[in-house]
Design a binder for this molecule. Sequence first.
Ligand code: NAP
Length: 305
Amino acid sequence: MPRLIALIGIGKIALDQHVPALAASPDWELAATVSRSGTVAGVQSYTDFADMLAKNPDIGTVSLCMPPAPRFDYAHAALMAGRNVMLEKPPGASLAEVYALEQLAQDKGLTLFATWHSRMAHAVAPAKAWLADTTITRALITWREDVRKWHPGQDWVFQAGGMGVFDPGINALSILTEILPRPVHVRAAELTFPSNCQTPIAASLTFSGNVSADFDWRQEGPQTWDIAIDTPKGQLYLRMGGNVLEIDGKVQAGKNSIMGEYPALYARMAKLVKTGASDVDLAPMIHVADALTLGIRIQTEAFYL
Ligand code: NAP
């Protein structure tokens, strides 16, 4: 029997990925939505979260798809109401608030899953396996995309708590922290802020261990989501956001599609709920917080979505 779940925040990612993943899932039945403007055909919709929770005691799990800044209040209310919670990435606006949610979930015996969809990309597991027994001599992340294409009209990305270019950059960091055999840490960063924005539009990060990252949200034309890793046994390239694995220029594994990521997240959530476990790894967000702490600030011209 599928478990009942509610989707909260019916915007771009809910409609692009969560709704199709739930429709195809043997584990879940989408039983309600909460959104001030969005709905899903054939599913009962609410505009008020407390109202949905009160009227649906049989919905045991909620999946929160709104931007990170407002997410804590919803997650806290859901856990207090005895519901399991799945968080879109990044899991919150600050590290401390997510640690607080993790503790609350543990106290209540509920599941909290801080998802990282890019970790479910097709080539991440084979890349991790290939790197497990080797030394990393250099790694370079290049994550350059067009914010106007992927976040049309989403002003929150440039407001405090929106993370700016780290909103996509944290996907690369979620892969990096999954596949490296040993952890690295940020040593320096350069952050480029448009004069009218509270968050950076570009960032370059220098990590320990000869690892670096180049994030830019101003790339028009072809988009780049690549990680290159040099090792004594050859060069590994993860392309297409972790979906295609190349070793020394030859494709070894993966599939040029992101469509498996959200079904894999919901399958994992079903397993976590079944066993009463949580999965909250904040390593990618720690790198972002450290870059924002250590980074020098460069101002550039105003930017409009
Ligand atoms: P979005 O479309 O701008 O927002 C999603 C929904 O959240 C909105 O439709 C809105 O619904 C609700 N919302 C916005 N502000 C809110 C607030 N202050 N309080 C309560 N609800 C609010 O954003 P999105 O692109 O779906 O991104 C949402 C999350 O998914 C982000 O964390 C993002 O990093 C992640 N994500 C996005 C993508 C992508 O391609 N865009 C990919 C992967 C992950 P109502 O106004 O109808 O209530």
